[in-house]
Each structure stands twice: as C-alpha cells, then as structure tokens.
Design a binder for this molecule. Sequence first.
Ligand code: MN
Length: 132
Amino acid sequence: MGLVVRAVPNRVLYVEDNPENMTLVKRVLEAEGYEVWGAPNGPAALQMVRQVQPDLILVDISLPAMDGYEVTTRLRALKGQAQVPIVAVTANVMRGDRERSLAAGCDGYIPKPIDVDRFPEQVSSFLSRKLE
Ligand code: MN
C-alpha cells in the first residue's frame, strides 16, 4: 500500500452532539491535516453534506431526535452520497451493535472513548479502503 498523495486535504464530516468529543476529534484530525466539519445532529448533517462533499463521515450513534443509524440510512439514500465511507463512532459496542451499524449502511465503527494515538490510523484505514 503506497502513500496516497492528494492535492487537497481529506474532508471529514463528524456528526456529534457532545461538544467535548467534537473538540477532541477536530483537534486530533486537524493535527493530521484533515479538514473537519462538525454537525451537532442528523438534520444538520443531512443539510451540510452536499456542500462539504466529505471524503469520510463519522457518525455518533447516540444523537438527539434522529439516532446515528437513521442518519446513516438517510445519508446513504442521498444522491451522490452512496459511496462515501460512513463510520460509526460509538460507545455502544454491545453484541449486535456492529451488525446494526453495518445494516444501516456504515462501513465500520470506531469505539468510544477514542484512543487519540490510534484514531488517525483508524480513520485513514477507512479512507484507503475507499480507494482500493
Ligand atoms: Mn451522543
């Protein structure tokens, strides 16, 4: 697997209602050269996604009003967003949650609390899968 050279930074849309998690993920990914857009809930993410044109979407599962599974299903249904990797970032790593996130259209999940040392590699692994 070679180095992927891009003219523009990878864009990440992160759907998260917890401001502390949002701040942490932004800090970690921006330090790695990503551009990170934050959406505090599903409806905001659905509104923003066409403008942001993210290379990857991170979705918290526990969100107000519309949970992360529904957000994922709705994002997948949008024209032009069928191919973007969507990764659940969730503390709900109970039996069945992985299957449920995959069924909703997620490509995988990253457990919370995030491990700041491993997080950039976990994120980039989903981007490189997209390029294969
Ligand atoms: Mn949450």
